[in-house]
Design a protein around this ligand. Structure first.
Ligand code: ADP
Ligand code: MG
Length: 256
């Protein structure tokens, strides 16, 4: 059994064919709008966003606070719905998924990393990773993943016994353990000091290069732009600029 888009598509055989035979990217946002209603007030978090991402790319989403970055990532991760427009992933229309498909998608295909790690405090590092690997269809070996993020020696520690950087490594291991197609990171270094943040970004870059996994990283630090294959700059809910780096820099060569 695979969790490719084809497996979602087959569940919809009787439904209208999606306009999915698009030649564009692996991920595609087409005129995506998101309006939040708060009482009488309407907040347009995304005002018609268009971009594409290729499989295996490392993509930086940049922009000021309130620009719509988290909204965009949450939609891509199946945690929020859009108000209008379409999102395509690997030929399937994500924005047309029913609840069951969405649950499968979140469970099997998406790894999420948050600013404040969100580990379960009464589980060890290993148990946090194990929990995620148990919901995967084709999970990676828990100890191998922990070793790959440099935590083989700390597997038995609880989150409170780990530094911020180490906790974020556990969170990355947890996201990777289910062997997702997509790794989505919302300000993963936002709570870390400079050196620790660098090492986390290096880890994300390595995971993208070594595993061929598509990685999307949100930051408001424009100095990180050169590390991405693609940089999507958001401003007030719109794509202000898309920059393609033919030769992205290694994190080690970045200073900020
Ligand atoms: N659940 C929500 N309800 C109401 N407004 C929201 C919600 N989530 C985000 N917003 C608003 O949408 C805009 C974009 O937010 P967000 O995507 O979190 O921006 P960023 O991550 O770039 O800082 C902001 O004005 C924010 O206040
Ligand atoms: Mg945000």
């Amino acid at each position: 059994m695979t969790t490719s888009a084809a497996s979602y598509a087959t569940e919809q055989e009787d439904a209208e064919p999606t306009p999915a035979a698009r030649s564009a990217g692996y991920i595609e946002f087409v005129n995506v709008k998101k309006v939040y209603r708060m009482g009488e007030q309407e907040i347009e978090a995304l005002a018609g966003v268009n971009f594409s991402i290729d499989e295996g790319q490392l993509v930086i989403i940049a922009g000021a606070s309130g620009a719509g970055k988290s909204t965009l990532l949450n939609i891509l991760g199946g945690m929020d719905t859009l108000s209008s427009g379409s999102v395509f992933l690997d030929g399937a229309e994500l924005s047309g998924f029913d609840q069951k498909q969405m649950i499968k998608y979140r469970r099997f295909d998406v790894g999420f990393v948050f600013q404040f790690y969100n580990l379960i405090p009464n589980l060890t590092a290993r148990e946090n990773v194990e929990l995620a690997s148990q919901v995967g269809l084709d999970p990676l070996d828990v100890d191998e993943v922990l070793a790959s993020v440099g935590l083989a020696e700390r597997a038995g520690n609880f989150p409170s016994q780990l530094s911020g950087g180490e906790q974020q490594r556990v969170a990355i291991a947890r996201a990777l353990a289910k062997n997702p197609k997509l790794l989505l990171c919302d300000e993963p270094t936002g709570a870390l000091d400079y050196a620790t943040g660098r090492s986390i970004l290096k880890l994300l870059q390595d995971m993208c290069r070594e595993r061929g996994i598509t990685v999307v990283v949100i930051t408001h630090n424009l100095a990180l732009m050169p590390m991405g294959d693609k940089v999507i700059k958001l401003k007030s809910g719109l794509v202000e600029q898309v920059q393609i780096n033919e030769s992205p820099l290694s994190v080690e060569d970045l200073e900020w």
